[in-house]
Design a protein around this ligand. Sequence first.
Ligand SMILES: O=C1O[C@H](COP(=O)(O)O)[C@@H](O)[C@H](O)[C@H]1O
Length: 376
Amino acid sequence: MPHAPTPDQDREQDQDQDPTLPESLVLVLHGARGDLAARMVLPAIHLLESRGLLPDDWRVIGTGRKDIEDAEFVALVKDAVQEFGDAPTGSSWDAFADRLEYATEVSDDEPGELTHRLGELAAPDRLVVHYLAVPPTAFEPITEALAKQGLLEGARVVYEKPYGTDPDSFEALDTVVHRHLAEEQVYRIDHFLAKEGTQNLHVLRFANEMFAAVWNREHVLQVQVDVPETLDVANRAEFYDATGAALDMLVTHLFQTAAEVALETPATLAADAVREAREEVFRHFRELDPAEDVVLGQFEGYTDIDGVDDDSTTDTYVAARLWIDTERWRGVPFVLRSGKRLAGSAQRVTLLLRSPRDPSRAPRPTPSASPCTATG
Ligand SMILES: O=C1O[C@H](COP(=O)(O)O)[C@@H](O)[C@H](O)[C@H]1O
C-alpha cells in the first residue's frame, strides 16, 4: 500500500516545485492585533507551516502601535488560529510559537523596536516581507515610515484592498509607493482570486468542452456573483463605516470574480497571463450608472454598533448590474450582490442558461378544418 507523504516529504516536494521560495523569510505583520490578521493572515501562516510550504528558516514579527510582550502576541496568535484556522496542537504548536515575536511599529521620527529587531535579523539571503493588514488610511504613513527607517531595501510589501478608493486616491497612494519601491516589490492583494472556488473556475471552463461551449451570450442569460454574509462588522466598525459594502466587496472581490468568469482564454494559466486577461476584461466593464444599476441598503441596528456614527448612511448591502461589453458577453447582465448580517453565508457564481427550444412545449398543431381523408 502506498504511504501518505510525511510532512517532510511534502515540504521537499513543495519546495522542489517552487523555486521562488526564499531560503529564509521574515514576515513583518503590520496590524498584527487586528481583525484581518486574526481572521485571515495568522491562520494562513499556520496552515502554510503545517503543510510545509514555508522555507525552513522563517519568522513572523507582529507589529502595531501598542507595546505588548512577545508572550501576549503568541497567545493572541493561538486564539486566532484556534478560532479561524486549524486547531494548533502540542509540540508542533510549540515549534510554531517559537518563530513568533512582537515589536512596536516604526514611526517617522522613531526607529522603534521593529527597526532594531530587523537589524539583528538582517542577512543577505533573508527576504523581508511587510504585510500591511492595516486600515487603508495607514498605507501611506507606514510606507513612508518604513522608507525613512531604511526598511524597504530589498523587501516586498503586501497591500490589502482597497488600494485607494477612487482614481485620485489610487494615484496618490501609488505615487508614494513607487517613490520608495520598484513595482516588483509591490503586491496588491485581492484574496478572492486565491480562493479554491475562483481557481476552479479555470478548470471548469477551460478543461471541459461541455462548459466552454456554452460560456457566452448565446447560451447564458445572466451571470450572478453572490456573497451574502451572516457576519456583521462589530470588530472593525471604524474601518467599515468609512468604507461600506460597495468599496469593501463590490469594486474589489465581486469585480475581480466577475472578471474571472468573463475573461477570454489566457495564453497559459500562469499568474501574469491570467492577470493580463482579467485586465483586458476590466477595460470592457461599462461604467455603472448608480441610478439604474445599483441598489444599496443598510441592515437594521447597524447604527447601534459601537464605532458607527449614529446617523451613518454607510451601505452594508450592495447589488449591482454590470454590463461587460465584449463580443462574448454583450447584453448579458452580471448581477453582483453582497451584504452583511444576512440570513445565510455563501460565495457563489451562477450562470443562468437560456432555455433551449423545447419541442414538448411547442403549441400543438390545431386540427385541420378540412381533414384529409383517406379513401380506399
Ligand atoms: O475582504 C473582505 O472579505 C471578507 C469575506 O471574505 P472571506 O474570505 O472571509 O469569506 C469580508 O467579510 C470583509 O468584509 C472584506 O473586507
